[in-house]
Every structure is written in C-alpha cells, then in structure tokens.
Design a protein around this ligand. Sequence first.
Ligand SMILES: [Fe+2]
Ligand SMILES: [Fe+2]
Length: 264
Amino acid sequence: MYKSHQAMPDVEVLSSHFPIPGMGLLPVNAFVIKAKEPVLVDTGTGIDSEEFMKALASVIDPGDLRWVWLTHDDADHTGNIQKVLEAAPSARLAANSLAVLRMSTAWPVPMHRVYWLNSGDSIMAGDRKLTAVRPPLFDNPTTIGIYDNKSQAFFSADCFGAILPSPVQNADDVAEGDLAQGMIIWASCDSPWVHMIEPGVFRQSLDRIRQIAPKMIFSAHLPPAQGKMEQFLELLAALPTSTPFVTPNQTALEQILAQMKGDG
Ligand SMILES: [Fe+2]
Ligand SMILES: [Fe+2]
C-alpha cells in the first residue's frame, strides 16, 4: 500500500512497508525531488504497482519527470521501472552501468534514454546538482545514493534502513531503542560483509558521509530522518565488531506457518 507525503518543500516520499514475520516491518520508499528538472528516485515494488503509480501521479504528472534515478537494480527499487518510463517519455534513466546491463537481461532497456553514473559523478537537474555517492552500506554492487546540494539531503539507498515495530511517517516517531536495534539488524542482514571489514576502514567510509554532512537522510528503508546523521553513523560504526544476525531458517518458517494457520 503506497502513500505519499511531503517531507521537505521539494521532496515527496512515496512510502510503503513490508511485513517481516515475527520481527516487524520494513519501510520501502521511493522519492520525488521537485527540482526544476523533476526526479523520481527508485520505482517501488511490483506487487503494489497500481498503488505506486497512483501515489506517484498524486504528487507529480509523470509526464513532467525529467529523470528517473535508480539507486540499484534490486526488485524493491525497480518494481515499476518499465511503467514509469512509459508514463514519463521525457525522463532519462540515471543509473550505474552494471545496473542497466543487468536489467537488460530481463527487459529491453531503452539505451538512448540511459545516463550512466559512477560514485562521484553528477547530473544537473536545473536548479541543483545531484551527485552519485556510494553509501557506506549496500547490498548490491550497482548502488549509488544521491547527494542533493539544494535540499542538502542524502538519498542513501538501502543504507540506514531499519526493521521497525510499526509504520510511522518520520524517524523521530520511532523510540530510540527500537530504531537502533532495527537499524543494526537490517544492516547486518542486508550487508553481511560488514562483519568481515576492518573497523578502521569502515570508519573511513562513514567519515566520507560525515564530511558531506547531510541535513536530511532519505533511506529507501527508513522514514525520513532529519538531523540524525551523527547518531546513525555512530550506530553503524559498531557493526564490524558486532555479532552477525542470523536470518530465520526452516524451523522458524514452520513456526511462522503454524502460527498463521492458527490465526487463520
Ligand atoms: Fe538492495
Ligand atoms: Fe532495498
């Protein structure tokens, strides 16, 4: 179920959430940056396609979009990419080259509309510069977040996501303990390589975000978070030496199915 809300004067959030049995829910967000050349950041999930397209149309006429920026080619970010490109004939598709090539194995990506970006590259969206920034945590090699120099917001892809107890519109609405626990569990599941990395090296990648100093963090998997960069970076700094989270196994699945049967 997608809903839209304005998080900043020029940023709209298209938000949904996925239940994680026994644990809570995972927010799934896409964003519209109302730049002079409007930008859609990610395209939601395919399972809620109709609602996603409705939520998008409620904040902007898709025909006005000039850019569709894919942070990476995971299914929870590319769910409506073909529909969006059809509805937005003037939009170019900004993404990492590997994301585009991988998607080309599933559907015919219109290459003449594509714009390839590596971390550090930028596009001008009329009234602002959008710079590709690889976030400190990612689950896919094609990941490029966005730093928007006008709103001073960092669109961080999967990084800073959290499994939460209930849906909320703002990260401030989550109890601090729940947020910390949910973020650590998500990070450990989604980027398990973090447990193999030397803590000092990981700290350097956190410091790169610290230097950018975004005022707002728009994660694909967390409600919008204002002024929380330092808190989040400190939380993540503990990850390399923390105990890896073990994802549920078949025994857990059988318990979940038995519970669902009982509830039904
Ligand atoms: Fe991902
Ligand atoms: Fe994701």
